[in-house]
Design a protein around this ligand. Structure first.
Ligand code: AMP
Ligand code: GLY
Length: 441
């Protein structure tokens, strides 16, 4: 089959079920080359509307089933959204066709995913490649971690080395608080295996920014910078979350800083991956602190940020499917990428009890009313349909994105959207993208 322009249609498998994946699905479906979109998580109402559910079990333990599905349905591109399936090796398995050829997959294999899944590995790579980052040491031994921590004059940041859904980082105000974080990770294992190794890191001061780049194995395409708001409450108070809102472009980085970030962070990390013979195709997301001494890496992720993906894609004018396919096929140098001059702001609406114990099954009303406002889009994350109504089914429930000529108008639009939406116990920050909000503490 071919599209109107004569190019072959591409069947796509999208792995993941959050707001990021809903936004990715929506962006890819605008492409004239989209064949059938298959989704692994049709429980997300947004994905159910845009995609066809896969008819095999989706599990890291039985990946051969999904691989067979890809062969049967002639999948020409697999897009993997979240970190867990990347870390479980979905990309490695799904990139192998039965006939021995390589299927394009957007998202790194297990080896590349270590950049996010193992903060000790990431730190070592950064050190070896002289990438600016805070001083840090990794510990697998509780007593040694405590001894080191206690010998420092100031409370240092404590990080579970493994994947902990954005919650494994503690930025303590006192040494006692830091010691108790080490104890809860290493002794009480509150993050399970993710906290067996703990990274103790110098606390950096400055403004945070998320810079994401597409990497196709060798070429790097830097995307416009975003700013995320990780804390639960206004004024950057409360616990860290997966992200309560984001905007794009971030005002805090100018072109010169972006060039510096490309030269000092992205070029060396991609070179380092190649030296390790890791063929990385997907997104490298650098969480950066803009310190008085220049930008420093707080963390690497190996996927689009959620919610950063929503405002980023809201501004993308070129064909998202082509872009992801070109990344997976190693031909980023051939594609044309355009972002609009507009600004986008995404506000996350979370359920009652998030992040500790999100309450499910609250009925959500007003999504259509929000989406009827020009410039407002709603993406489903932790929501599902039960008995014909949309209900909460996770921590971060919806992402409401406004797109406008400047940040303030985009912000106003996003909040007008939020005001239309009602569910019991809904929590959202009122200061997303407000100037001064979002700086780190
Ligand atoms: P990470 O998952 O490593 O990005 O950490 C989550 C959040 O913790 C970051 O977005 C920062 O707000 C904060 N954080 C992490 N590392 C540091 C650091 N070295 N100094 C200050 N804040 C940090
Ligand atoms: N919003 C932060 C993240 O996706 O890691």
């Amino acid at each position: 089959m071919s599209s109107g322009s004569g190019q072959r249609l591409v069947n796509v498998l999208l792995v993941g079920g959050g707001g990021r994946e809903h936004a990715l699905a929506e962006a890819m479906c605008k492409s004239a080359r989209m064949g059938t979109l298959f989704v692994t998580h049709p429980g997300n109402p947004g994905l159910a509307e845009l995609g066809t559910p896969v008819d095999v079990p989706v599990s890291g333990k039985e990946l051969y089933r999904l691989a067979q599905f890809c062969d049967r349905e002639d999948i020409g591109l697999v897009v993997i959204g979240p970190e867990d399936p990347l870390n479980e090796g979905y990309a490695d398995e799904l990139s192998r066709r039965a006939d021995g050829t390589r299927r394009p997959v957007f998202g790194p294999g297990k080896a590349g995913a270590q950049l996010e899944a193992d903060k000790a590995f990431a730190k070592q790579m950064m050190r070896a490649a002289s990438i600016p980052t805070g001083d840090g040491r990794a510990f697998t031994d509780y007593e040694r971690a405590v001894e080191y921590y206690g010998s420092r004059q100031e409370p240092m940041v404590v990080k579970a080395a493994g994947l902990a859904k954005g919650k494994g980082v503690i930025v303590p105000d006192t040494i006692e608080e830091g010691l108790s974080a080490i104890e809860s990770m290493m002794k009480r294992e509150v993050f399970g295996a993710a906290g067996k190794t703990v990274l103790v890191e110098e606390r950096l001061q400055g403004t945070e920014v998320s810079v994401l780049a597409l990497v196709d194995g060798s070429n790097i395409l830097i995307l416009p910078p975003c700013q995320d708001h990780k804390r639960l409450l206004d004024g950057d108070a409360g616990p860290n979350t997966g992200g309560m809102g984001a905007f794009c472009p971030a005002g805090s980085v100018d072109d010169a800083a972006m060039r510096l970030i490309e030269a000092e962070v992205f070029v060396p990390i991609v070179d380092a991956l190649r030296r390790e013979e890791i063929d990385f195709r997907g997104v490298i997301y650098a969480g950066l602190m803009l310190t008085a001494g220049g930008p420093k890496v707080l963390e690497f992720n190996v996927r689009f940020g959620d919610p950063e993906c929503q405002p980023l894609l809201a501004r993308l004018e070129s064909d998202a499917l082509e872009l992801l396919l070109a990344t997976a096929e190693g031909r980023l140098d051939e594609v044309d990428v355009r972002f609009s001059d507009q600004h986008a702001v995404c506000v996350v609406m979370a359920s009652d009890g998030y992040p500790d114990s999100p309450r499910p099954d609250d009925t959500i009303k007003g999504i259509d009313a929000a989406e009827s406002i020009p410039g407002v889009r709603v993406h489903h994350a932790g929501a599902r349909v039960v008995a014909g109504e949309v209900r909460t089914a996770g921590g971060r429930v919806l992402g409401v994105t406004g797109l406008g000529p400047d940040r303030e108008s985009a912000r106003v639009l996003a909040y007008r959207g939020c005001e239309q939406i009602r569910f019991a116990g809904a929590q959202y920050r009122r200061d997303i993208a407000k100037s001064g909000a979002g700086a780190s503490r």
